[in-house]
Ligand binder design. Structure first.
Ligand code: NDP
Length: 444
């Protein structure tokens, strides 16, 4: 049996109830086969893959808090510190009822390679809780965040592990968590990113993942003789990534005609009105039915359906496994020629294969959504310098980073005879640096 197959088999055996983690490990290791085959003796001797798939450490803890009725609620908190060979652990905190250890491990594993791809000194980690901020009062969210940080603060620090936002964790939650960290540790440091501008946040961090997604999509199209201007785009999600992806797509001359949340989706023939969407999602924290009610060109549909709309480019920006093989077939039949993942692992393995087999340009999330973590690293730099850069300065660094990421993965794919296979290219480019650092640092 090959080294890759052995390691995949042992991951499944050792972590039987973590299907998302298996999926992420399979996706990465399968595409690394050419590199691993070329270095098999060394990697086997050093147990490099076995070390890569086993987190440095993982924490699971009780998060008790009191709701508005005086009832004590108990959630579970997680933090997985996966790999710090190239820098402090870095990765978001997801607050969603679906969160469990397998999901946090899949996200943390992917984060290692994404962070490496940015060429910035950040390792991979991820955390979160099964707490659902939806429908909770501000006081309840604060009570949860304070309790969560009371435990988490023991494991994190500006040079150790620097969490950030993710699904369900926005500026409000980061603010409450930062306040609690400061109170307990009596130290003012850049321990979290995605902070508010008045207390150490970076300009353009809010926009970074969505903007970065469009910068890399634009570069991918350009290198394939295509232009983004004038194209029709389908976006899923209506959160942080989706909103700023839509805004930048419009600025680049494309038209985004869809968005979605976990209950339904919008088709707007005139193009999504971003300001209206922001008002509904960021200010009122309301459902998309309100969008349709406020705009005559918009239709609201219950359930899932964004990928049935005819488009040139698809940008999944909601959650994992939201674009399956059937969706991929519909997209191809409708003439879609590019897919770039704003969310983490939104496309199933079968759907990715179908898209690639049908010559759809496919940019994987670990490259396409790396703008968020890259700008988080820029926030860390500003905090260390005790300086704040202008929006334009951060945005221009972000653009350069995204363009470089594309060229790095394109080059890595070509080097291994896989031209145009950006999934393989991203995994190889991200892996090579981490593998070098791990080997250089000895058995640890
Ligand atoms: P938000 O919480 O801001 O938004 C998530 C959006 O996806 C919401 O519209 C939500 O709908 C929808 N959604 C969530 N879960 C589901 C589900 N199970 N089915 C259908 N729709 C769902 O999160 P972000 O925009 O920050 O994150 C979106 C994705 O991007 C995630 O995969 C995240 O890991 C990834 N990502 C985010 C980064 C960032 O900087 N924010 C950086 C890199 C990756 P509803 O409101 O109804 O729940």
């Amino acid at each position: 049996m090959s080294y890759v197959d052995e390691v995949i088999e042992s991951v499944v055996k050792k972590n039987p109830s973590e299907p998302e983690f298996h999926q992420a490990v399979k996706e990465v290791l399968e595409s690394l086969r050419p590199v691993i085959d070329a270095n098999e003796a060394l990697y086997r001797k050093e147990a490099l893959l076995e070390r890569l798939v086993e987190p440095d450490r993982q924490f699971k803890f009780r998060v008790p808090w009191v709701d508005d009725k005086g009832q004590v609620q108990v959630n579970t908190g997680y933090r997985v510190q996966f790999n710090n060979s190239i820098g402090p652990y870095k990765g978001g905190l997801r607050l969603h009822p679906s969160v469990n250890m397998g999901i946090i491990k899949f996200l943390g594993f992917e984060q290692i390679f994404k962070n490496s791809l940015t060429c910035l000194p950040i390792g991979g980690g991820k955390g979160g809780s099964d707490f659902d901020p939806k429908g909770k009062s501000d006081r309840e969210v604060m009570a949860f965040c304070q309790s969560f940080m009371t435990e988490l603060c023991k494991y994190i620090g500006a040079d150790t592990d620097v969490p950030a936002g993710d699904i369900g964790t926005g500026a409000r939650e980061i603010g409450y968590m930062f306040g609690q960290y400061k109170k307990i540790k009596s130290i003012y440091e850049g321990v979290l990113t995605g902070k508010g501008l008045s207390y150490g946040g970076s300009l353009a961090r809010t926009e970074a993942t969505g903007y970065g997604l469009l910068y890399i999509t634009q570069e991918m199209l350009k290198c394939n003789g295509k232009d983004i201007a004038g194209k029709t785009i389908a976006v899923s999600g209506a959160g942080n990534v989706a909103i700023y992806a839509i805004q930048k797509a419009h600025q680049l001359g494309a038209k985004v005609v869809t968005c979605s949340d976990s209950t339904g989706w919008i088709y707007d023939s005139e193009g999504i009105d971003v300001e209206l969407l922001r008002e509904i999602k960021e200010v009122k924290r309301a459902r998309l039915t309100e969008y349709a009610a406020a705009r005559s060109s918009a239709e609201y549909h219950e359930g899932k359906g964004v990928w049935t709309v005819k488009c040139d480019i698809a940008l999944p920006c909601a959650t994992q496994n939201e674009l399956n093989e059937e969706d991929a077939k519909t997209l191809v039949a409708n003439g879609c020629f590019a897919v770039a993942e704003g969310a983490n692992m939104p496309t199933t393995l079968e759907a990715t294969k179908y898209l690639q087999d049908n010559k759809v340009l496919f940019c994987p999330g670990k490259a396409a959504n790396a703008g968020g973590v890259a700008t988080s690293a820029l926030e860390m730099s500003q905090n260390s310098e005790r300086l704040s850069w202008s929006f334009e300065e951060v945005d221009s660094k972000l653009q350069n980073i995204m363009v470089n990421i594309f060229h790095n993965l394109d080059e890595a794919a070509k080097r291994y005879g896989k031209e145009g296979d950006y999934v393989t290219g991203a995994n190889i480019a991200g892996f090579e640096k981490v593998a070098d650092a791990m080997l250089a640092q000895g058995v640890c």
